[in-house]
Design a protein around this ligand. Structure first.
Ligand code: 1HN
Length: 343
């Protein structure tokens, strides 16, 4: 009788054929761990509470080396990275925390990556984006779209801390990552933000064939006012979208931003999407249930809602709002966006 237990362990390929595969960089699909997987490992939510990050940022701000002063940035790296060099935070979205001290300056540079800044704390800093001066005050959203020159400076008092969000990982995957240090040259002419500051009336922008909003600064007060006046949405919460006024679409081609608030005392209806979201709590407190994990949060906490997990948010604090950045637009443009609300 044949001993099947030894047979099944035997390599069906002759050793010299296996050696030929290896020598010629060929891999048998039936042995590939990624092909036809039934059990797909999913990212799980993760949070960086302000009570933990703030003291670390304060200690990091004490380092005086010029290299650090120029780029005092800490990446928030998902514990679910498949490779340690993947400095992504959630899906294609990469979030970092940056501190700028009074008198400090990050010299101008530009990169193909789209980036945005969401200000958490401090007054008196600003980012210059293609020559436009964008003051950075708590709750403000500042865009630095791909290939726009940008530099940060701080003429105020006390540290300014913000969250940066970039689509770095997507560029690394697509082979489109590119970087240029200053001095500023070949700057793209841009419109002043004020040209778009009257609700419902737009200037003619013939020839504005850009993949990003001509408005680079979205002040906190405007977003908060819009949120207060927004109707309750189909998920039972309030949500406003930061848009490109020219076409009503996302602010940049790969990053899409929202400000949301659950109706006080009512959990939002669970929502599921193929897109990934990074959340930064602007104010208030509450909790989210994401997949089977509960994350309690308060002001300046950052947490993730990875793709395909049901998520619901709850708060009993009327000051609550959450800034959300998603890669939803990447999925939508590729025809891969699926999203649903629980019945
Ligand atoms: C970058 O250029 C900045 O300009 C911040 O402030 C964070 C993370 C990855 C790659 C480039 C900045 C960044 C970054």
């Amino acid at each position: 009788m044949t001993d099947t237990s030894t047979l099944s362990k035997q390599d069906p390929a002759p050793p010299e054929l296996r050696a030929a595969w290896e020598a010629n960089r060929m891999v048998p699909l039936w042995e590939s761990p990624t092909a036809h997987k039934l059990e797909i490992e999913r990212e799980q939510p993760h949070s960086w509470p302000w009570s933990v990050t703030k003291p670390i940022l304060q200690r990091t701000a004490e380092i005086q080396s010029p290299k650090v002063v120029e780029r005092r940035v800490l990446s928030l790296v998902s514990p679910f990275s498949k490779h340690p060099e993947d400095e992504f935070t959630c899906g294609t979205v990469c979030a970092t925390m940056q501190t700028l001290l009074p008198g400090e300056r990050a010299r101008p540079h530009r990169h193909s990556m789209n980036a945005l800044r969401f200000v958490m704390e401090g007054m008196g800093a600003a980012t210059i984006v293609d020559g436009k001066d964008c003051p950075m005050e708590p709750g403000d959203l500042i865009l630095t779209p791909g290939w726009c020159w940008h530099e940060h400076y701080h003429a105020g008092e006390g540290p300014t801390i913000w969250m940066d969000v970039l689509d770095v990982y997507l560029h690394l995957f697509l082979g489109t990552d590119d970087f240029q240090p200053g001095p500023v040259r070949d700057q793209t002419p841009q419109y002043d933000d004020i040209a778009f500051s009257t609700a419902n009336i737009l200037p003619g922008v013939d020839g504005h064939q850009r993949e990003y909003s001509p408005v680079f600064r979205y002040p906190r007060a405007d977003a908060w006012k819009a949120l207060q006046n927004a109707p309750v949405g189909s998920d039972g919460g309030k949500k406003v979208r930061y848009v490109n006024p020219v076409d009503g679409g996302s602010v940049m081609s790969t990053l899409d931003c929202y400000l949301m608030a659950p109706v006080t005392g009512t959990a939002t209806r669970p929502y599921q999407s193929t897109a990934n979201t990074v959340c930064c709590v602007v104010g208030g407190s509450g909790y989210s249930v994401i997949g089977d994990k509960r994350i309690d949060w308060k002001a300046h906490d950052i947490f993730t809602v990875p793709q395909n997990l049901w998520a619901t948010h709850y708060s009993d604090d009327p000051d609550t709002s959450i800034f959300m950045v998603t890669d939803r637009e990447v999925y939508r443009r590729l025809g891969l966006l699926k999203e649903k609300l629980q019945d």
